[in-house]
Design a protein around this ligand. Structure first.
Ligand code: AMP
Length: 207
């Protein structure tokens, strides 16, 4: 079970990737979560990352590739993984092929722009485990607390509308290049509707 999941910000990648990882008992590898965690440390690298993430810009390929390569070398990825948010550029896609040297499934979660903006305005993210909720469509059991680990839920700094619009622009360049790279290999899944509905469609697409 090697899955590459991509889609616009707010398409439900994080939520779906987490569910898939749980069902298939493989790790959920989310580069955005890894960078947010690194950015929260006060190191020089952390500060550089915080700036890029805050602006909705991409982290340089070289650094992303190094981080993912290291993560995929760990033993828990032997039976597979769900990659969420990587690759995002052609050099990243090429590097991944070199690292994996084998087969995988590429799934794109499709959600229209206006729906993305609407969803992100309600999004709350766990400061500890990266769990994602939505105050309108997928609220946590206890307001402001993560269902998975009980930590505080916050609005991500890059989840404000202006930054979301920039991330959407960046995503459109990403999609264009991933479509070009993977071509007919991409399985497109309708990402609208409830998380359960989308999950059912995803499972069908993975068959
Ligand atoms: P995400 O949580 O996937 O929306 O990612 C949040 C932010 O992390 C992005 O806006 C980028 O700044 C950075 N990021 C995550 N994954 C990548 C990647 N594969 N390449 C470059 N930057 C990334």
């Amino acid at each position: 079970m090697r899955v590459i999941l991509f889609g616009p910000p707010g398409s439900g990648k994080g939520t779906q990737a987490r569910e898939l990882a749980e069902k298939f008992k493989v790790p959920h590898i989310a580069t955005g979560d890894m960078f947010r965690e690194a950015a929260s440390r006060g190191t020089e690298l952390g500060k550089r990352l915080a700036k890029l993430l805050g602006r909705g810009e991409l982290v340089p390929d070289e650094l992303v590739i190094e981080v993912v390569k290291e993560r995929l070398s760990q033993d828990d990825t032997k039976e597979g993984f769900i990659l969420d948010g990587f690759p995002r550029t052609i050099p990243q896609a090429r590097a991944l092929d070199e690292i994996l040297g084998g087969s995988y499934v590429v799934v794109k979660l499709d959600v229209p722009d206006d729906e993305v903006i609407r969803r992100i305005s309600g999004r709350r993210t766990c400061i500890n485990c990266g769990g994602v909720f939505n105050v309108y469509s997928n609220p946590p059991e206890v307001e402001g607390k993560c269902d998975f680990c009980g930590s505080e839920l916050i609005v991500r700094e890059d989840d404000v509308e202006e930054k979301v619009r920039r991330r959407l622009e960046v995503y459109k360049q990403t999609t264009a290049c991933l479509n070009e790279y993977y071509g007919g290999k991409v399985r497109v899944v309708d990402g609208t509707g409830s998380p359960d509905e989308v999950f059912k469609r995803l499972l069908l697409a993975l068959k």
